[in-house]
Design a protein around this ligand. Structure first.
Ligand code: ADP
Ligand code: GLC
Length: 474
């Protein structure tokens, strides 16, 4: 049994911009089922009602060098897991988590430095722990501060730290003029620690100082150690090569199962697929697309609009949609250039293309349930959750073989291609369409996907074993 304090900038159901929240919202409970004791520290953002929380510690003062920040620690228990919220309205009582109108907050370095410092405060007061398990760049200074304080503070002497990288594309990189505001002595701003091409790099600091680094799939663990997949940090990662593991994410089937999903118009299962057809019809109606021929396949996309997710390829398949008897439904938000492209498609082909811009969890569920194929041709993908949800919903994934997509989708359950090119995507979609024309074969593929089990238990066991190993107990 280990006492584990997770440090994260998001967790469902409190704050979410992507899969990180799904992971930190579900992994703690899975670990508790195995006997570990887990709590999560995160900011109290504006949308988390203060009144739902109670005081855990008032007037905690944390120091970034000589600057003192006063925070309160609020708490609640959700589904058996204790959450600690860092109450610092001057940093977190804002509209967005990281940015507003696509512009990053100018003080993000201070906001997330204080998250890490407050997490150490929690570890020293209300939740003494054996393991600090930190997620992504926003929490990556936690092991740095821990090491910085270890000599002077016996509370942290035996604490081990883990950094889980969910996405190497986001590193928390700031101008070196901002370094003094972190309260670390200049010895930390060296090329083997936080310095990166003259800047400060939070993630690099976490990679250098944590006791272990994990990432969210075995294939991505290899990719990030290559120049192609390393986003400039491959050398730093190779340096830690002996201490890097890929642990595939699980998914929370209590949230994502067509047989129990409250967000979809009809429930269904592998034994009785009738509801899926009803979901498809309702989805088409919701997007005002023709429902005259339900034998026409619906291709679904739910995604952040970012280069990572393969939108430069998707932008190239307007011809495929025009030439073939298919319908395309897109839910996403992010870069406006992609919104404009899909808006144009909808204008040109109103019977074939439906779009919804923004973040809408219930609609994401309805698209998973109502689509026949799920398109995710990512440029890179640390793990990816939507393709795993799709499997369970009998929605056959069409993916690029990269990172976690390669680890979770096989030819028996989906369609995948390697070369990052519009041509390769075209060919794969053609292949999928060919297979669609044989209903019996298609159904076999769906059922194989629906039978796959990516529940958290298996992944949690690997994290739990890693904790024991770091604590020298195995
Ligand atoms: P990433 O974290 O890189 O965005 P993942 O596949 O790991 O990718 O997780 C994305 C999560 O965010 C999924 O739970 C997905 O359903 C959700 N999601 C992404 N975009 C939207 C959106 N526009 N509306 C609702 N949910 C979304
Ligand atoms: C990141 C990755 C995604 C992964 C998620 C959860 O946002 O882009 O691939 O599934 O984190 O680990």
């Amino acid at each position: 049994m280990a006492r584990v304090l997770m440090v994260s900038s998001e967790a469902t159901p409190f704050a979410k911009t992507g899969g990180l929240a799904d992971v930190t919202g579900a992994l703690p409970a899975a670990l508790q089922n195995l006997g570990d004791e887990v709590a999560v520290v995160m900011p109290r953002y504006r949308q988390i009602p203060w009144h739902d929380t109670e005081s855990a510690w008032d007037n905690m003062v944390v120091y970034a060098g000589s600057t003192a920040y006063r925070v309160d620690i609020r708490t609640l228990v959700h589904k058996g897991v204790r959450f600690y919220f860092v109450e610092a309205p001057y940093f977190f009582d804002r509209d967005g988590l990281y940015n507003h109108h696509n512009t990053d907050y100018a003080d993000n370095h201070k906001r997330f430095a204080v998250l890490s410092l407050a997490a150490l405060g929690v570890a020293q007061t209300v939740f003494p722990c054996d393991i600090l398990h930190c997620h992504d760049w926003q929490a990556a200074l936690t092991p740095v501060y821990c090491l910085d304080q270890q000599h002077s503070n016996p509370a942290f002497r035996d604490v081990k730290s883990i950094l889980t990288i969910h996405n190497l594309g986001y590193q928390g990189r700031f101008h070196k003029n901002q370094f003094p505001e972190l309260g670390l002595n200049p010895g930390w701003l060296t090329v083997d620690k936080l310095e990166y091409h003259g800047d400060v790099n939070f993630l690099k600091g976490g990679i250098a100082t944590s006791d272990w680094v994990t990432t969210v799939s075995p294939t991505y663990a290899k990719e990030i150690q290559t120049p192609e997949g390393g986003f400039g940090l491959d050398a730093a990662l190779r340096h830690r090569g002996e201490a890097i593991t890929g642990i595939l994410n699980g998914v929370d089937y209590s949230e994502w199962s067509p047989s129990t999903d409250p967000h979809i118009p009809a429930n269904y299962s592998a034994e009785d697929l009738a509801g899926k057809k009803a979901c498809k019809k309702a989805l088409l109606e919701e997007f005002r697309l023709p429902t005259d021929n339900l034998r026409r396949p619906v291709i679904g996309i739910v995604s952040r609009f970012a280069e990572q997710k393969g939108f430069d390829l998707i932008s190239g398949i307007a011809g495929f949609i025009a030439e073939n008897d298919v319908q395309l439904i897109i839910l996403g938000s992010g870069e406006h250039r992609y919104e404009r492209i899909f808006q144009d498609w909808q204008r040109w082909q109103p019977d074939k293309v439906g779009v919804w811009f923004g973040f809408n969890n219930a609609l994401a569920h309805r698209i998973e349930a109502g689509s026949d194929m799920f398109l995710m041709p990512s440029l890179y993908e640390p793990c990816g959750l939507n393709q795993i949800y799709s499997l369970r919903y009998g929605t056959v994934p069409v993916v690029r073989a990269t990172g976690g997509l390669d680890d979770t989708i096989q030819e028996e359950t989906g369609f995948k291609f390697s070369t990052y090119s519009v041509g390769a995507l075209y060919d794969t979609l053609r292949r999928a369409l060919g297979a669609w024309r044989s209903p019996a074969n298609w159904k076999r593929r769906m059922l194989r996907g629906m039978a796959m089990d990516y529940s958290w238990d298996a992944s949690a066991k690997q994290y739990s074993a890693l904790y024991q190993r770091l604590l020298g107990r195995t």
